[in-house]
Design a protein around this ligand. Structure first.
Ligand code: SF4
Length: 224
């Protein structure tokens, strides 16, 4: 699993400096296929940070994350529970350059890009981290977890930028929700709305979650 407190070569950079480094990056082969490097987008700092998989065709053309159909659905789901994407959310991806044919990013590509992502997390200082789909789930919480089993569950990790733990929740990826368009009770979209309501409740301090603790060096998750 990813130690969110680990040092990177970019810890001395502010946000604007980090963006410049991103834009020149050719550290993995995804740089060959991109039109734009898609750096994260949103308020800095922000209470909620969302990590998706990778830029799609529209994101690559515009240079912004989640502006395609998946992004529109994500915004709709966030606003359905009263979360404002523009004011409360910062959105990034496991990789900042579009994988060809929208394939899943390779683990080596994610690991190469993850140092930049860690610096973004340190700068954005979220209280809540939402992981969309399997690649970001596995990057942050570990390879042993699958999205279907752990979506909607709270995890936590101590972080150095605040005294409270960072709350982490995996969610279905909006692209999966587009392929499963039913809104009936028990459907993936219905479940995601329930999950996002828990996020809103935590933000409003209406309820504290029962959560799992993930130690930096441990892959075990135990409820308490
Ligand atoms: S995906 Fe990340 S590591 Fe790879 S070239 Fe783009 S910015 Fe660099």
């Amino acid at each position: 699993m990813l130690d969110l407190n680990q040092k990177t070569d970019y810890d001395h950079l502010n946000y604007d400096q980090l963006v410049l480094i991103y834009k020149k990056c050719q550290a993995c082969k995804l740089s060959k296929y991109r039109n734009h490097v898609v750096v994260g987008h949103g308020n800095v700092p922000s209470h909620i940070m969302i990590i998706g998989e990778g830029p799609g065709v529209q994101e690559d053309l515009e240079g912004k994350p989640f502006v395609g159909r998946s992004g529109q659905l994500l915004v709709k789901l966030l606003s359905s529970v009263g979360i404002d994407r523009d004011k409360e959310v910062y959105i990034a991806n496991t990789v900042a350059c579009r994988p060809p044919g929208n394939r899943t990013p390779h683990r080596t590509e994610i690991e190469t890009c993850q140092h930049y992502l860690l610096r973004q997390i340190h700068i954005v200082q979220p209280k809540i981290l939402l992981l969309l789909g399997n690649p970001s789930l596995k990057m942050v919480l570990g390879q042993q977890f699958g999205i279907t089993k752990v979506r909607g569950q709270w995890f936590s990790q101590a972080v150095t930028y605040m005294t409270d733990p960072l709350y982490i929740m995996p969610l279905f990826h909006p692209a999966y929700l587009l392929r499963n368009a039913s809104k009936n009770n028990g459907s993936p979209q219905w479940l995601t709305r329930q999950d996002l309501q828990k996020v809103k409740d935590l933000l409003m301090l209406n309820s504290m979650p029962s959560y799992f603790t993930v130690e930096s060096q441990s892959v075990e998750a135990s409820p308490f």
